[in-house]
Design a protein around this ligand. Sequence first.
Ligand SMILES: C[S@@+](CC[C@H](N)C(=O)[O-])C[C@H]1O[C@@H](n2cnc3c(N)ncnc32)[C@H](O)[C@@H]1O
Length: 288
Amino acid sequence: MMAEQEIKLSDKEFDDVRALIYKIAGISLGDAKRVLVVSRLTKLVKARGMSSFGAYIDFLERKSTREDKQVFVNALTTNLTRFYREDHHFDHLIDYVGKLIARPNQPKSANGKPKLRIWSAGCSTGQEPYTIAMALLGKYPQLKNWDFRILGTDVDTDVVATSARGEYAAGDLDGLSKTQAAVFERPTSDTIRVPAVYRNLMTFKPLNLMENWPVKGPFDAIFCRNVTIYFDKETQTRVFERFSQLLNQGAYLYIGHSENMRAEALGYVLEGKTIYRRLAQENRENVA
Ligand SMILES: C[S@@+](CC[C@H](N)C(=O)[O-])C[C@H]1O[C@@H](n2cnc3c(N)ncnc32)[C@H](O)[C@@H]1O
């Protein structure tokens, strides 16, 4: 097979790509991402019949629609994920939800059912929110009688569509225990599907963490794992602070293994490895 003809990316074009993806999605691409930019964008440049990155960037900046910019964003996101990734978070969540189930005053919905709300922000292709559903319903079948909803959002519209389908390659089961794997349906020998009982708990929507968040809180837990590693410190701080405004008092924010924050200044206390509990309002006002 012939290798795709490479288009040269000048320093200025690389800087322009970086500035544009930062402006739209808050994603900071370091110097080492040059090869990634060439490999991800070459096809898009050629598909427009253009022969340089400069022409493509110029088009994006001056004449493109929202959809054209979305294609650019989708091409530059990194969507690596898997079921039960960083599984200590799910053990912690199971423990926390057990406490919510045991307490008498869990907030109720208009239909009288106790409410449980979880947000997976930057959910990629959906393995994270589906793991939340499988872990919690597996342990507490009584949640079927709760008003239990999981929101999955991502800036990349392609992965949001994949999430909503809930169908994956059979290879996605690699590394799962027999019990974890047994939950999935097998429509074909190559594919697995998340059963409807879990899919029905979900709402998947495109959402850019750099823009308005049309979400209804408060949440009992927010997962935003391996998303803010692509943001600079200032952007991370802003996002974590906004999450704290949407969490119930005592609820949890779970972040990725290589992420961290100045917890107290942002309204949290660090409770475990990359697990942050939202402080009560009165305690938050006392922190410098
Ligand atoms: C590496 S995946 C992490 C998926 C999952 N949370 C996990 O830990 O397995 C990072 C996701 O963050 C999303 N992302 C990046 N910038 C974003 C933004 N500004 N708003 C929302 N999602 C964003 C990407 O599209 C990507 O799907």
